[in-house]
Design a protein around this ligand. Structure first.
Ligand code: ATP
Length: 583
């Protein structure tokens, strides 16, 4: 909670002044029944028009002051709540970005989105409500009872019976509904995740004619959500009639005893009127208080979830090992083991060792799910190795400041991601200083120059969300250009030419070889034709390195590689001795 509270910084005056203005409004409200009583008892009973007029004007003044106080409070509440909310949202966003793959995998993207939207909104509303109502509602409820006692202690005893009864009803309703609010929130989260998945995969769903199934799944989740909401609504709906019945019986009792006491001259009729007003005020204040508790309970649940998220530390810490420099290859994997579930889980990579010298192109090939992308994930320290170590430039990855490490690496992920903005803003993502010449050079190497040149706005061509206004191949080439623009020492291309035709793919590989100079390139692919020209090829199979060497060497001595080449018709089915390469 402490982490959340830091976001109140800068809003302390509003947090104090807001409730004070609301209290002022409540005091003014408590005065109204008294003034009305005076108008009835003195002005109307005595036929004193001037008195009625004066008191009427005074009531008007109270109303104006009340509105001014309420508006001022509302202003302070909005400034503090929305300021707090914006600051909290930024804090949560920064924190999510700092988490490693382990944590984001465990929490899940849908849940993270709910945290930053729904949970932050709930807490923000809680703060708003707190400033506006947390002092006013109890003050009005207690103040009304006190005022009733001031007017007539015997009749005020009715308040002591009716108020606990109203509180009991509110308590029973809340006891039944509060746990359901948490479940409604969870079901809302499920709906959000389903909606997100459907929107993201809309084309796949259509292509596989899965609309009906998806509709059914969504309808089931939506029905479950609305059934629970209706159930809660039904119970809550009992709140008003029940509490009003109690309050109305109390008003009947006030009028009954008030009339009898007034006949005996023990109370003035205006005071009876005031007591009826105080009863109504007590009831309304208690209902507001009940709603407030519901709101606070939801805000507290959200605050707890946000606190837990903010307390989650990234398992990847910058410079977690002391820096030592060793004479070594530019990139070295030494007996690397890795498991997505942590050291206790089943290994995804096992005993992987290889080296890459500066300027070399290393191909990585293997069947789907054999751990190729995992290699890239480890080099970028999205995850840490669970055994062995990885060295870059003679230094264990864990001894680098994370920004320095990632500065050295240009990464082209398997799932192409472009951001809304322009081509220029996308290319400058890792190289904000890169000028137009550097950007065009990167586009040229990435085989993207032609289609960008054809756009009337060139580098300033808008990129829509996710790059959806570009084809798959164009997006892939822009992502490669983005990685090249930062002129990294190590370029990782993860299946980055899968959407390119063979001619463009070949041109891209030629250009990469010519233009990247001293850059080390890790070329991950499932296509043997994409890696066969690499200086060295690593062959992966079920998390293990089952071969490394040149295309020819591997054809001779690595059955897995040969099988891949044969299956892709790069070589004919043959024994190693009689093999004929297509080159
Ligand atoms: N975030 C993750 N959490 C748990 N398991 C994962 C995660 N990412 C990948 N895996 C598992 O690790 C194994 C290796 O996955 P990886 O993505 O490295 O394979 P790959 O060789 O790149 O496959 P492809 O060529 O299909 O992209 C797979 O069995 C996969 O299910």
């Amino acid at each position: 909670m402490k982490a959340l509270c830091t976001n109140f910084r800068g809003y302390y005056p509003q947090l104090i002044l807001g409730p004070l203005f609301k209290l002022l409004e409540a005091v003014l409200e408590l005065m109204v029944p008294l003034l009305m009583a005076n108008i009835i008892d003195v002005g109307i009973a005595g036929g004193d028009r001037a008195y009625v007029l004066r008191q009427g004007l005074f009531l008007l003044l109270l109303a104006v002051l009340g509105v001014a106080a309420a508006t001022t409070c509302q202003y302070f509440a909005s400034v503090a709540a929305f300021g707090f909310g914006a600051s909290l949202r930024r804090q949560v966003f920064r924190h999510i970005l700092s988490l490693s793959g382990h944590e984001t995998d465990a929490i899940g993207a849908g849940s993270l989105i709910t945290h930053i939207t729904n949970d932050v909104n709930q807490v923000q509303n809680g703060v708003n409500m707190f400033i506006r109502l947390a002092t006013r509602a109890p003050f009005l409820a207690i103040g009304s009872i006190v005022m009733a006692f001031v007017l007539n202690a015997r009749i005020a005893l009715i308040f002591l019976i009716s108020t606990p009864l109203i509180v009991l009803v509110l308590y029973q309703v809340m006891k039944r509904t509060l746990p359901d609010y948490a479940r409604i929130q969870q079901r809302q989260e499920t709906l959000g995740t389903l909606t997100g998945q459907n929107l993201e995969g809309a084309r796949v769903i259509r292509a596989f004619s899965r609309q009906e199934n998806e509709k059914k799944d969504f309808a089931a989740a939506s029905d479950a959500h609305s059934a629970l909401t209706i159930q809660v609504g039904r119970i809550s709906a009992a709140l008003n009639p029940l509490t009003y019945v109690i309050a109305n019986f109390a008003i009947l009792a006030i009028l009954w005893y008030g009339a009898r006491f007034a006949d005996r001259g023990l109370i003035l009729s205006g005071d009876v009127f005031a007591m009826v007003n105080y009863m109504t005020q007590t009831l309304l204040a208690l209902i507001v208080l009940a709603n407030l508790i519901v709101q606070f309970t939801r805000a507290a649940a959200s605050a707890k979830r946000l606190s837990a998220l903010l307390a989650t530390e990234s398992s990847i810490q910058s410079e977690s090992l002391p820096r030592t420099r060793e004479q070594n290859a530019f990139l070295a994997f030494e007996q690397v083991d890795f498991s997505y579930a942590g050291p206790a889980g089943k290994n995804t990579l096992e005993g992987v060792s290889f080296t890459a010298e500066q300027g070399q192109t290393i191909g990585v090939i293997g069947g789907t799910g054999c751990g190729k992308t995992t290699l890239a994930n480890l080099i970028l320290r999205f995850y840490d190795v669970t055994g062995g170590r990885i060295l870059l430039d003679g230094q264990d990855l864990r001894s680098y400041p994370l920004e320095v490490l990632r500065e050295k690496i240009g990464y082209v992920p398997q799932n192409v991601k472009l951001f809304s903005g322009t081509i220029r803003s996308n290319l400058q993502l890792g190289a904000p200083q890169a000028d137009d010449d550097a950007l065009w050079a990167a586009l040229t190497t990435a085989q993207a120059r032609d289609f960008v040149q054809q756009k009337p706005e060139g580098l300033d061509t808008p990129v829509e969300e996710g790059g959806k206004n570009f084809s798959g191949g164009q997006r892939q080439r822009l992502t490669i250009a983005r990685a090249l623009a930062k002129r990294p020492s190590l370029l990782i291309l993860d299946d980055s030419s899968s959407a390119l035709d063979f001619a463009t793919d070949a041109a891209l590989r030629r250009a990469l070889k010519q233009d990247t100079g001293g850059m080390t390139v890790l070329l991950i692919s499932q296509r043997a034709s994409a890696v066969k020209d690499a200086d060295r090829i690593l062959v992966m199979d079920e998390g293990r390195l089952v071969g490394q060497g040149s295309h020819e060497e591997l054809l001779q001595n690595c059955p897995v590689y040969r099988e891949i080449c044969v299956s892709q018709k790069l070589v004919q089915q043959a024994t190693p001795e009689s093999e004929v390469s297509s080159r």
